[in-house]
Design a protein around this ligand. Structure first.
Ligand code: PLP
Length: 358
């Protein structure tokens, strides 16, 4: 039997489908539609297809190359560019995104020019700052921004959005969501501009949603992590009935030896410019798995076995194997957090293996 290659990430499409359809049901109960965020999985067409099949017709990504990847694979969806474009990529935005999120007039002006050249309309969602302090227009500047954008040809404002819990860790609570609804009403009334999307946030909005008697005008969320890892993101609590192990990471033991637990000799910097500290725990069963910081955010890995990650360099991860009896060639399986998932999906060194049954 030929061995499966390592390192590899095993991707259970049936579990992702279950999570996606469950979330469509949960949020749909209060008329909130979803965008499936694909940046987490590097725009993998296999996964995009699953999201579409489960009733998520909009796919959002913060990399234009991921949007291109999905389009080239024949995926038919409404594609959203989930990051305010840089001026240098405006032409690509017109080519690959049906909708882009925006916060800068200079960029929207360029989008307008490019849209006119291509004889198309670029739809935009205007992002508003509400405290997390990443992207967004300050609410007091919103009116002015919209007035300016309405004068631009080839641009249509189709929605407004906010983002939370990404930079400042700020919670999307009732007050923030009510403020968003008020802004939406103001814009719709003042400019007779119906907003198709009032996009209230991401996987961090679960707690607000479950507690909200009335979601106001919020009719859209952009979900990545809760689809893929089954958790909300304010406290990383598991969302009932969702799978947290749709993705697992497999590495392979390339060295297994009993060694001291304390490095010996004169100590300087390690590979990453740190001077590491170690405790003497006597002799230790140590294994190395053939994976490192070049392949994965090692700190985001949790082994299923009772073993302990001691540290990693570019291509090696050193593990206290304890009583696991791991030998060369043995596979070691890990659960992933968001950072580990992101890094594994973009790594060309990591094999992607899809399965279709739970
Ligand atoms: C990444 C991202 C999301 C998705 O966030 P999750 O926590 O994975 O649900 C939503 N909106 C924006 C603007 C993003 O950049």
């Amino acid at each position: 039997m030929t061995r499966s290659l390592t390192p590899r990430i095993e991707i259970n499409l049936a579990k992702i489908a279950h999570n996606a359809s469950t979330l469509v049901g949960i949020y749909g109960a209060k008329n909130i539609g979803l965008m499936g965020v694909t940046k987490t999985v590097c725009g993998a067409p296999e996964i995009a297809k699953v999201l579409l099949e489960q009733g998520i017709p909009m796919l959002a990504d913060s990399k234009l190359l991921n949007l291109k990847r999905m389009r080239d694979a024949g995926i038919k969806a409404d594609f959203v560019y989930l990051r305010s474009p840089s001026l240098s990529e405006v032409d690509m935005v017109i080519e690959y995104a049906d909708i882009s999120i925006n916060t800068e007039l200079a960029v929207v002006t360029k989008l307008s020019e490019a849209a006119l050249v291509s004889n198309i309309v670029q739809n935009i969602i205007v992002m508003i700052e509400m405290g997390d302090l990443r992207e967004g227009i300050m609410p007091e500047d919103l009116d002015c921004f919209i007035q300016e954008v309405l004068t631009l040809k080839g641009i249509e404002i189709v929605g407004i959005g906010v983002n939370f819990a990404c930079f400042g860790g700020v919670k999307p609570d009732n007050r923030k969501m009510d403020d968003l609804s008020l802004l939406a009403s103001m814009i719709e009334t003042k400019y007779t501009l119906p907003l198709s999307y009032v996009s209230g946030g991401n996987s961090a909005n679960y707690e607000w949603f479950m507690g909200a008697a009335d979601v106001g005008k919020v009719n859209n969320l952009r979900l990545g992590e809760s689809i893929y890892l089954g958790r909300e993101t304010l406290n990383r609590l598991v969302i009932p009935e969702l799978y947290t192990d749709a993705f697992t990471f497999i590495s392979e033991v390339i060295e297994s030896k009993v060694k001291p637990s304390m490095p010996y000799g004169e100590i300087g910097q390690n590979a990453f410019g740190e001077v590491p500290q170690f405790q003497d725990r006597g002799l230790m069963n140590r294994v190395i798995v053939g994976v490192g910081n070049q392949d994965v955010m090692v700190s985001g890995l949790t082994p299923l076995l009772d073993i302990e990650i001691l540290g990693s360099s570019s291509d090696h991860t050193v593990i206290n194997a304890k009583d696991s009896n791991l030998r060369v060639g043995d596979e070691v399986t890990f659960n992933l957090n968001y950072g580990a998932l992101l890094s594994l999906m973009v790594s060309p060194y990591v094999e992607k293996k899809y399965s279709y049954v739970i």
